[in-house]
Design a protein around this ligand. Structure first.
Ligand code: BTN
Length: 244
């Protein structure tokens, strides 16, 4: 008995509004899994919580992967699997990085990558499809808007060219498929916990519309962030934490 590994086919476009939005339309018209769309720039790159994602030409890697998971898996697990694949790729170039729960990769204490997983569910609660969108500032142009300069960084200090970005993507897809093909095993959970940068930090977070504070502990096997608060241990399923 053997498992067939999924094949990924990479498609390039120069400019799109959002690679996630384009793939969503393809998914809804029945495109099989494995379609990867890379854009040189996005005019309406999207982030979590309704935010936009800065996606200038010639410096970042912006792409989305269409998945139709056969095993029971949550969007949170796909986000964390992708975060580990991105972090492992960055580390393979000798660059340090960490993961800020749940979907951000940090280099030098600033965000270098964000991940947006979107999906549609079947009536039985399993995923009909999922789209994992990944945006990485491999380098940054000189024209980063002032309001982003204090929060964004790039993986590499020097400019990157298209051939290098393709090579980076191919390494990343190797890491992604190694983890994806092993689902529902989540061996990557240990790496996620080792690389996450919240442990032991004082954080604030929103719960039922109320801002609370606590000390972050580990990530559990459902990829929830465990936070020690004065009311006890809280398991955060989603949202965003702020370091304080
Ligand atoms: C975040 O930081 O909240 C997530 C950012 C995700 C950005 C990527 S870039 C490729 C894909 N297309 C999008 O519109 N968003 C994701």
């Amino acid at each position: 008995m053997y498992t067939l590994c999924m094949e990924y086919v990479i498609h390039h476009m120069e400019v799109v509004d959002s690679t996630n939005s384009v793939l969503k339309e393809l998914a809804q018209s029945g495109e099989p899994e494995g379609y990867v769309l890379v854009a040189d720039r996005q005019t309406a790159g999207r982030g979590r919580l309704g935010r936009s994602f800065y996606s200038p030409a010639g410096s970042g890697l912006y792409f989305s992967i269409l998945l139709r998971p056969k095993k029971s898996v949550t969007p949170a697990a796909l986000t964390c699997l992708s975060a580990v694949a991105v972090a492992e790729t960055i580390l393979s170039y000798g660059k340090p990085c960490s993961i800020k729960w749940v979907n951000d990769i940090y280099c030098h204490q600033k965000k270098a990558c964000g991940i947006l997983t979107e999906g549609a569910f079947l009536p039985d609660g399993t995923l009909s499809y999922a789209i994992v969108g990944i945006g990485i500032n491999l380098s940054l142009p000189d024209t980063v808007p002032e309001e982003l300069q204090s929060v964004l960084t790039a993986v590499f200090e020097e400019p990157t060219d298209p051939a290098f970005r393709d090579e980076f993507l191919s390494r990343l897809m190797d890491r992604f498929s190694a983890h994806y093909d092993r689902l529902p095993e989540i061996d990557f959970w240990e790496t996620y916990n080792r690389l996450q940068n919240c442990r032991g930090r004082k954080i604030s977070f929103l719960q039922d519309g109320i801002r609370k504070t606590g000390t972050a502990e580990s990530i559990d096997r459902c990829f929830r962030l465990l936070v020690r608060t004065e009311e006890g241990l809280v398991a955060l399923e989603r949202g965003e934490v702020v370091f304080i």
